[in-house]
Design a protein around this ligand. Structure first.
Ligand code: SME
Length: 137
């Protein structure tokens, strides 16, 4: 097993790379289920710092994915009631769960300052990325 420091630095590089290389990715981060607690905890991320380092299951887009185990694409965050705003510049969001041995252990969360930019291609790509991440966890 890799040390947490090595793992975090790899995930950090990944977040930085995704944010830099994909135009419509303006904030990229990983949340992980926090031990036995019914909450997500922020891991490595690229983009503006967020106050939302802990998110209870069920709350916001991220908290909903923690319980639904399904991708959540939000073309327009203004149209969502159960949404936690991290920055006023964010217009859309995609959250894709991260499975290890079939168990949802966290997620990749991407915010965009563009309205409705996410396609099925993003979903497939981020599922692939999470699959690669799962191999090093
Ligand atoms: N918008 C998210 C909260 C996390 S921030 O985007 C970094 C949500 O509604 O769960």
């Amino acid at each position: 097993l890799e040390s947490k420091k090595d793992l975090d630095s790899k995930l950090q590089e990944l977040c930085d790379l995704l944010k830099e290389k994909v135009d419509h990715y303006d904030w990229v981060g990983f949340y992980f289920k926090n031990g036995q607690k019914e909450e997500l905890k922020l891991g490595p991320y690229a983009g503006a710092p967020t106050d939302h380092t802990i998110i209870p299951f069920g709350k916001g887009i991220c908290g909903q994915v923690a319980v639904s185990n399904q991708n959540f694409v939000v073309p327009d965050v203004k149209a969502q009631d159960n949404y936690i705003a991290c920055s006023i510049t964010v217009k859309s969001e995609i959250v894709v769960p991260l499975f290890v041995n079939g168990e949802n252990i966290g997620q990749i969360d991407i915010d965009s300052n563009t309205l409705d930019p996410f396609t099925e291609e993003d979903e497939r790509f981020l599922e692939f990325v999470n699959g690669e991440v799962a191999k090093i966890l």
